[in-house]
Design a protein around this ligand. Structure first.
Ligand code: AP5
Ligand code: MG
Ligand code: ZN
Length: 222
């Protein structure tokens, strides 16, 4: 039996760039497992686990959770059976250390990252998007009260779940998250450009237009 080809993708972009918004549709369309580090940390917090408590102390300040615990959590997750066709990483890696640890782990399993999609959006637009964001408690789909409101106020269009505002979406913490992004995550653009896997997508278009560009790139049409 021939081994099915995997497609392993990273969605790279600042807080508010639209990683979560795009990941929900792309993962479904291409049959990839959607792995969002922030969502996993928020789930740990809700369950009251030790990892959740550690993550909370960093997330509420807009800082990154330490590399060792983050890498361990993600490597465990990508080993799950639903990643057989491939995975879509959303929010990971976020430091050079994390990127190198991911490459090492994949290499040892005969796998690799096939593509890094960098969703580019200006700072002004990022701040505007984050302050209006509401998220489904059940399926994590993001909405925006100004740009992308749900059909019924406070309810998720996809699953009917309750919408809530993330604790780290206040203007002050959002600014801190953007600083962290520019200092710690931006170096990944050079890292993946050098490895020849980075493709830039204009994130300052409608959700549908960004989605079309992303799918076109993944299907090799762009
Ligand atoms: P995480 O949950 O990953 O948050 P983030 O990176 O800050 O990214 P966001 O989720 O804020 O942005 P997004 O790109 O997903 O945007 P979205 O699609 O929602 O991380 C949270 C925290 O967890 C971190 O601060 C850190 O503490 C910790 N953490 C997570 N990963 C870690 C790691 N690897 N290492 C260490 N710590 C880690 O869209 C935003 C808004 O814009 C929404 O309202 C949406 O409706 C709207 N929108 C989206 N697209 C468009 C469009 N095209 N036009 C108009 N509006 C749009
Ligand atoms: Mg997100
Ligand atoms: Zn939902």
């Amino acid at each position: 039996m021939t081994k099915q080809k995997q497609l392993n993708v990273i969605l790279l972009g600042a807080p508010g760039a639209g990683k979560g918004t795009q990941a929900v549709t792309i993962s479904k369309k291409l049959g990839l497992a959607h792995i969002a580090s922030g969502d996993l940390f928020r789930k740990e917090q809700e369950s009251g686990s030790e990892l959740g408590k550690i993550a909370k102390s960093y997330m509420e300040k807009g800082q990154l959770v330490p590399d060792d615990v983050t890498v361990k959590m993600i490597l465990g997750r990508i080993a799950a059976p639903d990643c057989a066709k491939g995975f879509l990483l959303d929010g990971f890696p976020r430091t050079l250390e994390q990127a190198k640890a991911l490459d090492r782990a994949l290499k040892s399993q005969g796998k690799k990252i096939d593509m890094v999609l960098y969703i580019k959006v200006s700072v002004k637009e990022l701040l505007r998007r984050l302050s209006g964001r509401w998220i489904c408690r059940n399926c994590q789909a993001p909405y925006n009260i100004v740009e992308l409101p749900p059909k019924i106020k406070g309810k998720c269009d996809r699953c009917g779940g309750e919408l809530y505002q993330r604790a780290d979406d206040t203007e002050e913490t959002a600014r801190k998250r953007l600083d962290v992004y520019f200092n710690q995550t931006m170096p990944l653009i050079e890292y993946y450009t050098k490895s020849g896997t980075l493709v830039e997508v204009n994130g300052e278009q409608s959700v549908e237009a960004v989605g079309r560009d992303v799918i076109a790139v993944l299907e090799g049409r762009k």
